[in-house]
Design a protein around this ligand. Structure first.
Ligand SMILES: Nc1ncnc2c1ncn2[C@@H]1O[C@H](COP(=O)(O)OP(=O)(O)OP(=O)(O)O)[C@@H](O)[C@H]1O
Ligand SMILES: [Mg+2]
Length: 354
C-alpha cells in the first residue's frame, strides 16, 4: 500500500536532453520515451505541429509553411521557446494520466555548459511543468549509467560521443576531475560524408542518407572486409542535369572521409589524458576507457582509440541509453537524494567553475 502511494506521489523523472535524441525515464518504469529531439512548427502561426518521432518524419519533407527544428544544438539550447514546448510534451507524456503532482526532474547537460545555458535549461524545464529541477553533468550520468565505480577513489574515463558533442571525462569520488567537451561527434561525421559525396561524386545527399551510410559502412579503422553501398542523391548538374542518380561507395572511401572528425575525437581524448594527474593516469591503466553515446557504435573506433592511447577501450552495452540510465539510477537514490542538492549547482561539477 505504502509503495503504491509512494509511486503515485513520487513521479520523479530523468531526462537526457540530447542534440539528436531525448530520452526520459521514471523511477519505477525505466525508459519511457526515446524520441528524436525534433519539433515541427508552422511558420505562419508559430504553432507547434508535432514533436519527436512524428516531427522527424517531416524533416526535409516539409511543405513551405512547416519547419522542422532541432531546438538543441551542440548539446545546448539553441531555441528556448521550442525546447520548452518539446519538454512540455515529453514530460506530460512520461508522467501520464495519473499525475497528481508535477514531477521533479533531473536533466543531464553537457559538461561545457555555461551559467547562462544552465539557467536556460532550468527555466525551460520549470515552464514545461516540472516542480523542481536539478542538473547533472552528462558524463557523470553516463558513467553511472554504465556502472563505472564513480563513487570510489579511483579514476575512470568515460567518452560520450553523441550527435553534437563528444564529452570526455575522468571521474573519481563522484566528481568530474578532468573533462573536455568537443563540438564534434555524429553530426560532424554525417557532414563529412555529405561533403565527400559532393566532392568525389558530384552527388547531393541529405542528412538521413549520410547517417545511413555512416551506420552501414562507416568505420574508424580498416576493416577486414571492404563493403559497399548504393547511394541515391541528386546530381549536381555536372552531367548536364540535376536528376536523381545512384552511385556505389565503398567502406574504404567513407573511412577516409571520416578521418577529420574521428581525429578530432581522438584529439579530445588525448588532451584529457595529457591534463590528467599522474595518480589518475595510473588508475586508467587498470580501468581503461569506456565509450558511450551513439557515436561509440562507429565500427573500429574502440580499436583506433586503444591504439592511440595504449589503454584498453570498451564500448558500453547500450551506449545510446547510458545517460538516461544514469539519471534513472540517480533519481532512485533515496538516502542522498539528488533533489537535496542546492538548486544552483551542477551535480558532478565539484568546485570547477563554469
Ligand atoms: N551504429 C552506429 N554507428 C555510428 N553512429 C551511430 C550509430 N548509431 C547511432 N549513431 C549516431 O549516434 C548519434 C546519436 O547519439 P546520441 O543519441 O548519443 O546523441 P545525443 O545524446 O542526442 O547528442 P548529444 O549528446 O551530442 O547532445 C547520431 O549522430 C547517430 O548517427
Ligand atoms: Mg548525449
Amino acid at each position: 500500500m505504502f509503495n503504491i502511494l509512494k509511486n503515485i506521489f513520487s513521479n520523479d523523472i530523468g531526462i537526457d536532453l540530447g542534440t539528436m535524441n531525448t530520452l526520459v525515464c521514471t523511477a519505477d518504469r525505466g525508459v519511457v520515451i526515446n524520441e528524436p529531439s525534433v519539433v515541427s512548427v508552422n511558420t505562419e502561426t508559430n504553432n507547434v505541429m508535432a514533436v519527436g518521432l512524428e516531427a522527424k518524419r517531416m524533416l526535409g519533407r516539409t511543405p513551405g509553411n512547416i519547419r522542422a527544428v532541432r531546438p538543441v544544438r551542440d548539446g545546448v539550447i539553441a531555441d528556448q521557446a521550442i525546447t520548452e514546448e518539446m519538454l512540455r510534451y515529453f514530460i506530460s507524456k512520461a508522467t501520464g494520466r495519473f499525475k497528481i503532482m508535477q514531477p521533479r526532474v533531473l536533466v543531464a547537460v553537457p559538461s561545457g555548459i555555461t551559467d547562462i545555458e544552465i539557467r536556460a535549461v532550468r527555466d525551460s524545464a520549470l515552464k514545461a511543468g516540472a516542480r523542481d529541477v536539478r542538473l547533472v553533468e552528462e558524463p557523470l550520468a553516463s558513467a553511472i549509467g554504465v556502472e563505472l565505480p564513480v563513487e570510489e577513489p579511483t579514476g575512470s574515463m568515460i567518452v560520450d560521443i553523441g550527435g553534437g558533442t563528444t564529452e570526455v571525462a575522468i571521474i573519481s569520488l563522484a566528481t568530474i576531475v578532468h573533462s573536455e567537451s568537443e563540438s564534434c561527434a555524429g553530426d560532424a561525421m554525417d557532414e563529412a560524408i555529405i561533403q565527400h559525396m559532393k566532392q568525389a561524386h558530384n552527388l547531393l545527399i541529405g542528412e538521413r542518407m549520410a547517417e545511413d551510410i555512416k551506420i552501414e559502412i562507416g568505420s574508424a579503422y580498416e576493416m577486414e572486409q571492404v563493403k559497399s553501398k548504393q547511394v541515391r542523391g541528386r546530381d549536381m548538374g555536372q552531367h548536364g542535369s540535376s536528376l536523381p542518380r545512384t552511385v556505389t561507395v565503398t567502406s574504404d572511401e567513407i573511412r577516409h572521409a571520416l578521418e577529420a572528425p574521428v581525429s578530432r575525437i581522438v584529439g579530445a581524448v588525448r588532451k584529457t589524458l595529457d591534463n590528467c594527474k599522474p595518480e589518475l593516469s595510473a588508475d586508467l591503466i587498470d580501468n581503461g576507457i569506456t565509450l558511450a553515446g551513439g557515436g561509440a557504435l562507429l565500427k573500429g573506433l574502440d580499436r583506433l582509440l586503444s591504439e592511440e592511447t595504449g589503454l584498453s577501450v570498451t564500448v558500453a552495452k547500450e551506449p545510446l541509453l547510458a545517460v538516461v540510465h544514469g539519471t534513472g539510477v540517480m533519481i532512485q537514490q533515496t538516502q542522498h537524494s539528488v533533489f537535496d542538492h542546492p538548486q544552483n549547482t551542477l551535480i558532478g561539477r565539484g568546485n570547477r567553475s563554469a
